[in-house]
Design a binder for this molecule. Structure first.
Ligand code: NDP
Length: 499
């Protein structure tokens, strides 16, 4: 460590820097008191007759009531999607399909502030993230897949790509609009119609998206949105009129869906949990790595399936790296998700907060050392301070289970082989990060790490052209890129024989 670095680590954290509040106005969002189900191009009352409240997790204030879809409602939605598929959508020219997707992308860009504010209100994520990450990426997905809609034969040369029918899509609460875009854009580009169920706690941006669908003049029934809890998802999975299920969420529910679909012939893709290793070698640029570690685990309060939740540090740099990391943590601002200065927003729900609290208590009980920077949690709402655990053994629950919160578990290694062994010592395999100056080491690590996405000297970077998906219990199938079109297509027989 240089003298300068030593001095920096000792430098006191400035105590008196107060940021003036910089709240984004919520006036741009107009909410209904109550929402029905979006079926066949219009809102209808649920046949179930049931509604449930949806909250702002930062304040616990009720934002609206949304419908709970029952079996009859799911049946109506699938019926509307089938009718739209049979009576037009599957046979219009691919260039026409592309036109609608381009429109959706442009409208999302035009209305991005409204969507970003609503996403932060309903989900608890900082406005800086919903504005700068979720919305631009959601629009980019629609632009990207719009481009493929009339080029499927070039995308899959010597094959005969055809749409498959009605896709049932179930998404989680961590990136509500972005996951909607990941699901709907490739499905429509490939010529299918969809029934999408957002998560119980974050339905509002999906319901606002119905406005975009109408503004884009998408034919009725091509996109149907049904809200509700896990029961609605389960009904959609088992409905006979659905040809493909795309699911993002927990490994437990993913496994249940796989069991339900076994033998039915329905196509299935599962994007499930993760416990990614973020591996820092002693030749890495430490300050850059610290930013990557912070982005890897505290982005979106750690509610990220590919979060870098296990930090693997080479022993020789353990002390300076942890000192820098702790110092950086003291500068993170936790609070109002709508404040433009906020780094860490609210935990998405009481249920998730309880899960994080329970796992953190287990970490302390098992013997790990906890560090949380001084930070005042708001009285109302669901909050958890950014947390680092050191002295973590591989067997601890905090090193094995997906916490899905702002909690980092730090382990150490001596050699690259040990890093690989520890990184792969998990039931998951969604992502990993490698920090080193050596290109050859990056390539060698990338070949040995059992993870679908590997970032080098960066973390949590997403791009619609790049496929995303897991190994092992992180699921199967890919979203994004050309690979993301495949699950929505019947590719027919290859025309090249014996090749
Ligand atoms: P779930 O897997 O339960 O939720 C994902 C989606 O599936 C939601 O829309 C959910 O509805 C729906 N769903 C729930 N049960 C069923 C079912 N039997 N059949 C079909 N669909 C169903 O995740 P949770 O929200 O309960 O979160 C639990 C844990 O899962 C988190 O703590 C986290 O560790 C992990 N998780 C991982 C995600 C990832 O991207 N890898 C995303 C979300 C969670 P509803 O919202 O109503 O429950």
């Amino acid at each position: 460590m240089t003298d300068l670095e030593r001095r920096q680590d000792r430098a006191p954290v400035p105590a008196g820097w107060e940021y003036a509040p910089a709240p984004e106005s919520r006036d741009i969002v107009t909410l209904e008191e109550r929402y029905g189900l979006f079926i066949g191009g219009e809102f209808v009352d649920p046949r179930s007759g049931e509604y449930f409240p949806t909250l702002n997790p930062g304040t616990e204030e009720q934002l609206a009531e949304v419908a709970q879809a029952g079996p009859e409602d799911v049946d109506l939605a699938v019926g509307a999607a089938r009718e739209a598929y049979d009576n037009g959508w599957s046979s219009i020219s691919p260039a026409e399909r592309a036109k609608y997707l381009f429109r959706i992308a442009r409208i999302l860009q035009e209305r991005s502030r409204e969507f970003a504010v609503l996403e932060s209100m309903n989900g608890g994520k900082p406005i800086r993230e919903s504005r700068d990450v979720d919305l631009p990426l959601a629009a980019a997905h629609f632009f990207y897949y719009a481009g493929w809609a009339d080029k499927l034969e070039y995308a899959f040369p010597n094959r005969r790509p055809r749409s498959i029918g009605v896709a049932g899509q179930i998404i989680p609460w961590n990136f509500p609009l972005l996951m909607l875009a990941w699901k709907i854009a490739p499905a429509l580009a490939a010529g299918n119609t969809v029934v999408l169920k957002p998560a119980e706690t974050t339905p509002l941006t999906a319901l606002l998206f119905t406005d975009v669908v109408r503004q884009a003049e998408l034919p009725p029934g091509v996109v149907n949105i049904i809200t509700g809890d896990g029961r609605a998802g389960a009904e959609l999975v088992k409905h006979e009129g659905v040809d493909k299920i795309a699911f993002t969420g927990s490994t437990e529910v993913g496994k249940a869906i796989q069991r339900e679909l076994a033998g039915t012939g329905k196509k299935l893709t599962l994007e499930l949990g993760g416990k990614a290793a973020n591996i820092v070698f002693d030749d890495a640029a430490l300050d850059q790595a610290v930013e990557g570690i912070v982005n890897g685990i505290y982005f979106n309060q750690g509610h990220v399936c590919c979060a870098g939740s296990r930090l693997l540090v080479q022993e020789s740099i353990y002390e300076p790296l942890i000192a820098k990391l702790k110092r950086r943590l003291t500068t993170l601002r936790l609070g109002d998700p709508l404040d433009k200065n906020t780094d860490i927003g609210a935990i998405n729900s009481k249920q998730q907060l309880d899960k994080i609290t329970e796992l953190v208590a287990a970490g302390e009980e098992e013997g790990a050392e906890i560090y949380q920077p001084p930070c005042r949690l708001p009285e109302k709402g669901y909050w958890f301070a950014p947390t680092v655990f050191t002295n973590v053994a591989q067997s601890y629950r905090i090193a094995q289970e997906e916490i899905f919160g702002p909690v980092l578990s730090v382990l150490t290694f001596r050699t690259p082989d040990e890093a690989v062994e520890k990184a792969n010592n998990t039931a998951y395999g969604l992502s990993a990060g490698v920090w080193t100056e050596k290109g050859s080491r990056i390539l060698s690590m990338a070949q040995k790490l059992r993870a679908g996405v590997i970032w080098a000297n960066t973390f949590n970077r997403f791009d619609p052209t790049s496929p995303f998906g897991g190994f092992k219990e992180s699921g199967f199938g890919r979203e994004g890129g050309l690979h993301g079109l495949e699950p929505y297509l019947d590719l027919g027989e290859s025309e090249v024989r014996g090749g």
